[in-house]
Ligand binder design. Structure first.
Ligand SMILES: [Fe+2]
Ligand SMILES: [Fe+2]
Length: 126
């Protein structure tokens, strides 16, 4: 049981590290430190591989149809949450963040539509 708890925590921290390393890689690139940027990017990919393996070991990955249905729910939720966040950030005067919430909301919409399309294509095959 303790192992599972540690695996869940590890999955979360590895997932967190992917984003941090990617952001830091981008920063290094902006500073013209291309070698460091590449190194940080590669570390991010290692962390992604670790997180993916823990996701699998934890049983978070099912058959493809089930995975897509699960992620569709997540994308629908993410889209709604972002739409709310756009308004909150705007009301608090944080235009830059509000705009980025809006951009990422559109990405979530695109993810949602893409998954829906794949699911309906899978349905046609049945
Ligand atoms: Fe790691
Ligand atoms: Fe998404």
């Amino acid at each position: 049981m303790q192992t599972i708890e540690i695996m869940e925590k590890t999955f979360d921290s590895e997932s967190n590290d992917i984003a941090l390393y990617l952001a830091m890689s981008k920063k290094a690139e902006d500073e013209g430190q291309t070698e460091i940027a590449t190194y940080l990017f590669n570390v991010a990919m290692d962390e992604a591989a670790h997180a993916a393996q823990f996701a699998t070991l934890l049983g978070k990955v099912k058959d493809t149809r089930t995975n897509l249905v699960t992620m569709l729910d997540g994308e629908i939720r993410a889209e709604k949450d972002k739409a709310h966040a756009v308004k909150v950030a705007f009301a608090e005067g944080n235009q830059e963040v509000s705009r980025f919430f809006e951009k990422s909301m559109h990405d979530e919409t695109r993810h949602k539509e893409g998954i829906k399309k794949i699911l309906s294509k899978l349905q046609e095959k049945d």
